[in-house]
Design a protein around this ligand. Sequence first.
Ligand SMILES: NC(=O)c1ccc[n+]([C@@H]2O[C@H](COP(=O)([O-])OP(=O)(O)OC[C@H]3O[C@@H](n4cnc5c(N)ncnc54)[C@H](OP(=O)(O)O)[C@@H]3O)[C@@H](O)[C@H]2O)c1
Length: 282
Amino acid sequence: MSDKEMSLGNPARMFDFTGQIVVITGATGVLGGEIACALAGCGARMAILYRNVERGQALLQLMGNHAGHADLFSADVLKIESLREAAAAILARFGKVDCLINAAGGNKPQATTTPELKFFDLPADALRWVFDLNLLGTILPCQVFGKIMAESGHGVILNVSSMNSYRPLTRIPAYSAAKAGVSNFTQWLAVHMAQEYSPRIRVNAIAPGFFLTDQNRFLLQDRETHELTPRGKQILAHTPMGRFGAPEDLLGAVLWLLSPGSAFVTGTVVPIDGGFSAFSGV
Ligand SMILES: NC(=O)c1ccc[n+]([C@@H]2O[C@H](COP(=O)([O-])OP(=O)(O)OC[C@H]3O[C@@H](n4cnc5c(N)ncnc54)[C@H](OP(=O)(O)O)[C@@H]3O)[C@@H](O)[C@H]2O)c1
């Protein structure tokens, strides 16, 4: 659908993604999986970049009736050749790429300070792992799929940043810095694509607040009792809406940023955080 058709017709049609080819990384994870299911439900053809075939198949199961809208392509976001091979296979099958969602990312305990593991002793390998996965793992797919968009003159890229890109959270220095990098890169690429290639290529990011998922459960919930940790309680106390996010809370913003409804929006990072970033704490 062109932007003009969208504005002339029924605005609700802007969330009809029929015919759109959407490439997504990290869809075997909690948040990416929710996004992939929702977009398939809106008619998009999902090109799912996966590493682990069992997890890819599990996602297709989760998609249920919409699994017919999804195809699996093997790729590691840190291996440019694997991304190029996936891109070639996607182009051979569909002939185009309309959207790229970079949802692969994460943190690890070894890059997180604790009373036992001081900042001074965080291993370089663990810090590098976090920087690479979040920042390089966003940049490399943008190089490969952004090039296809530059050649066709249209496309939308959606990165996944985080609340801690605005102000760092305690204990997770590498993850905070890497996500700040993702937000900064989102702005950079938005300008670069619009100026150098086409104003019809947009680049935005979402910044989810606190979602209780596998990557952060160890920080927010006691492993045995499942009681909230003091950090978990502190987060809720600083979230005016008084709850953690649920994966489906991301969907409205994602659909909007991928759709012609945001045709004049590029270079933004949209917080989805229950008001966390707006609250001074008093
Ligand atoms: N959960 C939160 O509260 C929260 C808050 C803010 C931002 N975020 C961000 O949201 C995004 C999704 O988070 P999530 O909670 O859904 O994470 P998750 O459940 O841990 O999923 C992470 C995803 O990244 C993929 N991945 C990891 N390394 C990869 C690599 N080298 N190549 C390709 N894929 C790779 C994983 O694939 P495999 O299945 O192969 O491991 C998985 O699909 C991340 O960027 C995260 O930082 C999360």
